[in-house]
Design a protein around this ligand. Structure first.
Ligand code: NDP
Ligand code: KAL
Length: 257
């Protein structure tokens, strides 16, 4: 197949469990023939990630702990990956965090620490990770991140995370400008609401999904698999002319006024 990912290796950051968007992305890349490298925030997630990866047909996946708030941890992770595989062809950044108390009520009440924590994990991490990953993308590459509509417009309760996603969106574009000359593309997928561990207990998720079913042009919420297949497109040469772009995988919801 012309756009198979056979012979290519991709780093996927942010698998927590089988509902994770990063897992949907992993399955799509795997089905296209890719080798996968998984990173997780702490030791706590090593076992579940290894177990999930064990359900894949290939058994050559690699696993590294990488807390993205720690520059040394990021450097160490990518130097180990370099030692173990040499070249990588892409990276999927599927990481975000904000304190629960900052994801309800009014944005104006966000603390300085809460604001900076969210920016650190959800936006700056893309800069730190891309800087190390680019050294391994000697054959060109594709970096992608996950964003949400709440970074373009005010969405109830998304609050501090909306400001982090706005920052992430511009981070993605500045990185695309820097890395284009190295043959590395940088893009984002803006996903519609998907029930994941992160989404658990925040806002009234049922009513958010109901709105999508009633109003989104496709009248249904998106799935991890739909996001995964778009990630495959972004990782493959099919998207070779695209960089600095946000692709909305949201059943068309973002076009509504
Ligand atoms: P998950 O809860 O499955 O994934 C979130 C991931 O973030 C976890 O794997 C977690 O790692 C990781 N993470 C948090 N802090 C750190 C850290 N310090 N270092 C490394 N990793 C960290 O949720 P989703 O799949 O929903 O989220 C993935 C991305 O998709 C996020 O960027 C989210 O904002 C975005 N998104 C989600 C939407 C949705 O509706 N679900 C919609 C649009 C965008 P660990 O488990 O190891 O702690
Ligand atoms: C408007 C929406 C409703 C929900 C509002 C805010 C959602 C914010 C997402 C953010 C990533 C959630 C958290 O940071 C949760 C965190 O405080 C507690 N959870 C955890 O620590 C778990 C254990 C770990 C695995 O989670 C993380 N993140 O590390 C937004 C909806 C409609 C769309 C969503 C959910 C968007 C999004 O960005 O995820």
């Amino acid at each position: 197949m012309k756009f198979s990912l056979e012979g290519r290796t991709y780093v996927v950051m942010g698998v927590a469990n089988k509902r994770s968007i990063a897992w949907g992305i992993s399955k799509s890349l795997h089905d296209a023939g890719a080798r996968l490298i998984f990173t997780y925030a702490s030791e706590r997630f090593e076992k579940p990630v290894r177990e999930l990866a064990g359900t894949l047909e290939r058994d050559d996946s690699l696993f590294y702990e990488c807390d993205v708030t720690d520059d040394e941890a990021i450097k160490k992770t990518f130097s180990e990956i370099k030692e173990d595989v040499g070249v990588i062809h892409g990276l999927a950044h599927c990481i975000a965090f904000a304190n629960r108390e900052d994801l309800k009520g009014e944005f104006i009440d966000t603390s300085r620490d809460g604001f900076l924590l969210s920016q650190n994990i959800s936006a700056y991490s893309l800069v730190a990770v891309s800087r190390e990953a680019k050294e391994l993308m000697t054959e060109g590459g594709s970096i992608m991140t996950m964003t949400y509509l709440g970074g373009e417009r005010v969405v109830e309760n998304y609050n501090v995370m909306g400001v982090s996603k706005a920052s992430l969106d511009m981070t993605m574009r500045y990185l695309a400008n820097d890395l284009g000359k190295e043959g590395i593309r940088v893009n984002a997928i803006s996903a519609g609401p998907i029930r994941t561990l992160s989404a658990k207990g925040v806002g009234d998720f049922n009513s958010i999904l109901k709105t999508i079913e009633e109003r989104a042009p496709l009248r249904k919420p998106v799935t991890q698999e739909e996001v995964g297949d778009t990630a495959y497109f972004l990782m493959s040469d099919l998207s070779r002319g695209i960089t600095g772009e946000i692709l909305h995988v949201d059943s068309g919801y973002n076009i509504l006024g």
